[in-house]
Ligand binder design. Structure first.
Ligand SMILES: [Zn+2]
Length: 465
């Protein structure tokens, strides 16, 4: 037993040694393999690290889109009316691909969502079906400024409901607020890693008073300096100011607006997108005064994005697309272009239309959009007005494009004596037109039974559309 046990032990030891050898050989070969592969792995690892670091260094880019006034006059409601509810989707269908392609799309929501109980109304006190806001959302808009002279059209209850419903529809809003806590917060949105603060204020509320215990519900221009400081304290990458300011139907900004916009720029706004005049005023891409500064964008008025105001040029609007880039801690405006738009209104039975069209689409496809001969003449005139007056360089009709790049300019187009002359002439023309056609309002008033007729009841004096 001892011997056999000893043999057994020896055999066991031999087998163990074999097994050990059997194991040791692959380890040796693996070491060789590892020796060969390791440098490859190391190289790949270093490449991956370098790639990751390059990705970190690669500037973040975002395209911001701005449109003008989202109005809702009675004839628009009549066109959107269905057997059950309203459908405003056709109003935005032609511009949806442009709007929804932006990383962030912003507009001025110049009506209220007062709810169905009080009935829906157009000018002078707007209250619009919720379906309108839904259509604006579906068109691709993300951020709405609600600070404008119509925000109190349905008093505080309407203002509060508007903010609440817009937020329920996933909009971010600024300018009017449902609570004092809400007023304290600055709206900051992220676009591809770029943090953008949005601020807006209105010059007034058409004389409709805001209760003394609810002054926080409407951001007024007087609060701009303080609000800008609060925004800067959050260290956003970019500040966008959206003041509702100016004089209706003037083709150039008055001095008071110019000096206010200069203040906004000096307080740190890189983009100033103003609204209220309901006509397109010139747009500027200002070259920076030094290399370490970003160019600034100033849009004095983007006109009506959609409305029922018909006298030219109130039937026009403009979309501005601004590309911004963040590299390290520096965010700069890289480029900006503008797309002229036109609101087509057809109220004839069977082809009732109220929709925004890119000017080029309307010019090139009059048959497809059922554009009348008179409207086609207007479109051609609109092209020359836009390129000549707004962009400052008339473009032949055959060279009409969807979008026009803004050229960076260090020239201050608005501080010359020439500008004063132009502004004065425009003021006179606007005065004459206002005297001829009656002020404000939905322009060509539809005489149908439902909506459209201008209300004789004016709740306040000096009301503005
Ligand atoms: Zn306004």
């Amino acid at each position: 037993m001892m011997i056999s046990g000893s043999f057994a032990l020896q055999r066991h030891a031999r087998e163990r040694a074999k097994r050990l050898c059997a194991v040791q050989l692959p380890i040796a070969s693996r070491r060789n393999v590892v020796k060969k592969i390791l440098p490859v792995f190391l190289l790949l690892f270093v490449c991956a690290l370098a790639g990751a670091s390059r990705a970190q260094d690669r500037p973040a880019r975002a395209t911001l889109l701005f449109a003008g006034d989202l109005m809702a006059h009675s004839p628009q409601l009549a066109v959107a009316r269905r057997k059950k509810g309203y459908d405003f989707a056709p109003s935005f269908a032609a511009v949806k691909p442009i709007v929804s392609a932006a990383d962030l799309a912003v507009a001025n929501f110049e009506t209220t969502l007062g709810g169905g109980r009080g009935g829906y109304t157009g000018y002078p006190c707007f209250s619009t079906p919720d379906e309108y806001a839904q259509a604006v959302k579906n068109a691709g808009f993300d951020v709405l400024t609600t600070a404008n002279n119509h925000c109190m059209d349905r008093r505080f209850a309407g203002l509060e409901r508007t903010v609440r419903r817009l937020r329920e529809l996933s909009f971010d809003t600024c300018g009017t607020y449902a609570s004092s806590d809400d007023r304290e917060r600055v709206l900051v949105r992220d676009a591809n890693g770029i943090r953008i603060a949005f601020l807006s204020w209105t010059y007034g509320t058409n004389g409709i008073p805001v209760a003394s215990d609810k002054k926080w519900s409407v951001a007024r221009l007087e609060a701009a300096s303080e609000d800008m400081a609060r925004a800067r304290a959050l260290s956003p990458d970019l500040v966008v100011a959206l003041p509702h300011i100016g004089t209706e139907y003037l083709l150039t900004p008055p001095r008071s607006v110019m000096s206010f916009v200069e203040k906004l720029l000096s307080w740190g706004a890189q983009l100033v997108i103003a609204s209220h005049p309901h006509v397109v005023q010139p747009l500027e891409l200002r070259a920076p005064r030094s290399n370490d500064r970003s160019p600034a964008v100033v849009a004095w008025s983007m006109g009506n994005f959609i409305s029922n105001q018909r006298p030219a040029p109130r039937d026009m609007g403009v979309i501005a697309r601004v590309t911004v880039e963040k590299s390290g801690d520096v965010t700069r405006v890289v480029s900006a272009d503008v797309i002229p738009t036109w609101v087509q209104v057809r109220t004839a039975k069977g082809a009732r239309v109220s929709r925004v069209l890119p000017l080029l689409s309307a010019l090139k496809n009059p048959a497809a959009f059922q554009i009348s001969a008179a409207d086609l003449r207007r479109l051609r005139q609109a092209h020359f007005d836009f390129t000549g007056r707004v962009l400052g360089k008339a473009v032949p009709l055959k060279n009409a494009r969807l979008a026009y790049a803004l050229e960076a300019s260090s020239e201050d187009r608005f501080s010359t004596a020439k500008f004063d002359e132009r502004a004065l002439a425009a003021k006179k023309r606007a005065g004459l037109k206002a005297a001829e056609s009656g002020k404000d309002g939905p322009g060509r008033v539809q005489k149908g039974k439902r909506g459209g007729r201008r209300s004789k009841r004016r709740p306040v004096r000096n009301i503005q559309s």
